[in-house]
Design a protein around this ligand. Sequence first.
Ligand SMILES: [Zn+2]
Length: 460
Amino acid sequence: MSRHIYQYNINSEQRFFLGKEHHDLYDLIALNGNIVSHAPAGVAAFVANAGKPFYVDPQTHAFQHATIHLKKDISDKEKKEPPNYIFRPSIKKLAQERLGEPFSKVIDEDRPLRPKDFTTSDSELNESLLEKVCQNTVDFQLKTLSDSIDDEARELLGGSSAFKPEFILAPYFYLSPLSYENWLNLNLTFYNKTKQIVSDLPVFLALVISKEALEEGLSEIVAKIKKTKPDGILLWIDDHVEEELNKKEIWRYVDLLSALKNTTETIYNSHGGYLSILLGHEETGPLLDGVGHSINYGESRAVVPVGGGIPMARFYMFEMHSRLRWGDALGIATSNGFLNSVKDYLQNICSCIQCASLLKETKSAAVTFDLYGDSNELTFRRRSGAIVKLDYPTKEAKQFASRHYLYNKAREFDTVRSDDLTTLLNRLKQTYEKISPTAEEEIVANLFNWEQALVGRLKK
Ligand SMILES: [Zn+2]
């Protein structure tokens, strides 16, 4: 059964992981290494409280990108100070205190890591350095939280021995289009060495890959991974927006998963949408064993910039299986009469706890839908200096939308677990036929493409 993973990025999202209401909506917590390094006691208490299995992403790849992505501007804009970029304290701590050499060089020398940082002067892999990197990365994932846990949380867990991640991630780097071979070799060496260190937990290989590297090197990459036989693979394809994939790209994705399934038992996609959830259907193999996202964002993610990104005003339409811009969702809802009455809303848009309670309160479908789009105009300055104005959802609208989103994602997992694949694919087709006459082609195209690509293909 495919597992439902929530990415934990910032502390203000805690409420969506905790409590009886949320507990049953997901299966596994992905903790980002940055926050674990920065505030271990708080994160430890949170994880103990959530009572869910977790893993820690050591985010070693963050240090191979241009260092600007690891910095923030601390200048005072009010005083018209020129920009002043410094390394974010959490990143500095992760590099210097947790991961050590050569990650600390990124801070000291203000430059990204390259494969040669892991080799000796005669271009051989620096074995002792690699071992140390693996040891530090393992210690970070195993010990940072359990060492910081307070007595109250320890009691909740019934002793600290239970406080272990579900699996360990070997140090990893992104397989960039230009030099993926070097990075892949390094990642696999890291994997083998980590396997020697960790005996009581599964070790996963993180496969973070660009679409270009995938296209060019799929068979080579898979052949090498096959030799390593990892316990599991944590997949992340750079900026892989499932709604935007054409049929050929979907096939390539399915091919990748089928090929990887010959190398390991377990594959989790850390950033995926409904297409990935469908590929966790038993009738597909399953090709995926888990899919992750953040709280109303993160179904796809670019490798840079490193870190969260701003969750924008979006409304998740269950039948469309997509986080639509609120205005686009409104267009579909009005064109199809979904806002004519409370009953129409419940039947065609959503009947989750959040929507139901707003409908009860407002007694109006249109007013309820409007609450999800409530926004303020936000003015800010881009790095280029340009002043940008954006409609930014109010705090309340954001919370409504997040809660609604999480119920809908859980519902997707539930339907994929209970219904047969033909029924699910037929539903995509029916929704496409219903919505497409009045909607922008690009908003509905995903339903058509997913159905067309998966029908037949999966039955081979
Ligand atoms: Zn809802």
